[in-house]
Design a binder for this molecule. Structure first.
Ligand code: COA
Length: 310
């Protein structure tokens, strides 16, 4: 029996911040941002929208899509490095708001890889028979830890949330394989000291190396080859990093998810937001083999090979 994603949801705040808006605030250009990152605009949550608000909205949609009642959820996992406050956790806040009165709740801190860590943890609980349903949310309000004086990082990030309900799926479908990893020696390249601090060059090198390798590893662990892969959903950090992973899998452009141009890097929310859009647009269909791969601060990484469908 495999666990899989039986319902998905997404929320992005309404306010759009374009590259042209950033040109007015700092010494940058639309051309530099597009060429170096692929980003054209991102969503920014205003003061009335915190992480719990975005997480709640994405989660409520995922639960509705799954066709279950909130009371049936056994565990809520929220991946975030930008919770409303250190505690109570975002997961406990939305447990109450959703009316998921039988669910345990905890947050996961694995930066941009957090959603992958969440799905893998949920899979263990579902496949062991401990819980019928686990809710996993990736949510970030990165705008509140962004240093708006630092053009090296301010242009990269955005806010948003994506969610999934994990439950049992039919024979042959679901999460076929996974890989999680960490290298704490690279923590110095991407961290928060009040505001977000990054060594872009080092993170870039790590990401290019790790994304392709993790994607290959999960394909092999699933007993498949590159030719079996129908669609790739890489963490939406930078189009050049995403392209390197696509080329490693020899996939055509149309077989890779791309939302970085409209949302920027939303950290733990980027893969579930992309997955939601890809399913909505018919790019991911039942029985497709899809590979999800992410990396982030920690340093951490994670990948999943999934046969889509309930
Ligand atoms: N607008 C205009 N110029 C900018 C700029 C901006 N927003 N940000 C940096 N620059 C300038 C730099 O000041 C530098 O100028 P200089 O040569 O006069 O000193 C030049 O562009 C090159 O900067 P550098 O940082 O060396 O560029 P890079 O090739 O490493 O690209 C990133 C920068 C951020 C696009 C790239 O490093 C990257 O994507 N790294 C990974 C980041 C990431 O994915 N983080 C999230 C992980 S989850």
């Amino acid at each position: 029996m495999n666990a899989g994603l039986i319902g998905i949801g997404k929320y992005v705040p309404p306010h759009i911040l374009t590259n042209a808006d950033l040109e007015k605030r700092m010494d940058t250009s639309d051309e530099w941002i597009r060429t170096m990152t692929g980003i054209q605009e991102r969503r920014i949550a205003d003061d009335s929208i915190d992480s719990s608000h975005m997480a709640y909205n994405a989660a409520a949609d995922a639960i509705k899509d799954a066709g279950i009642k909130p009371e049936e959820i056994g565990l809520i996992l929220v991946a975030t490095v930008t919770p409303d406050q250190p505690f109570p956790s975002v997961s406990a806040m939305i447990q109450d708001q959703l009316g998921a009165k039988n669910a345990a709740a905890m947050d996961i801190s694995a930066a941009c890889s957090g959603y992958m860590y969440g799905i893998v943890t949920a899979k263990q609980f579902v496949e062991s028979g401990t819980y019928d349903y686990v809710l996993v949310v990736g949510v970030e309000k990165l705008s509140k830890i962004t240093d708006w004086e630092d053009r090296n990082t301010a242009v990269l990030f955005g806010d948003g949330a994506g969610a999934a309900v994990i439950g049992k799926v039919s024979e042959g479908r679901g999460v076929l394989s996974f890989e999680l990893g960490a290298d704490g020696s690279g923590g110095k390249y991407l961290y928060q000291d009040e505001k977000l601090i990054m060594n872009g060059r080092e993170v870039f090198k790590f990401a290019v190396r790790q994304m392709g390798q993790s994607a290959i590893n999960v394909i092999e662990k699933a007993g498949l080859t590159k030719e079996d892969v129908d669609f790739l959903i890489p963490h939406q950090a930078n189009i050049r990093i995403m392209e390197s992973a696509r080329q490693r899998l020899d996939l055509p452009v149309e077989k890779m998810s791309k939302t970085v141009h409209k949302y920027g890097n939303t950290s733990s929310a980027s893969i579930p937001i992309s997955l939601f859009d890809d399913v909505a647009e018919g790019k991911v269909k039942d029985d497709d083999v899809i590979v999800l791969v992410g990396f982030g601060g920690g340093l951490t990484w994670g990948a999943l090979c999934i046969k889509w469908g309930r």
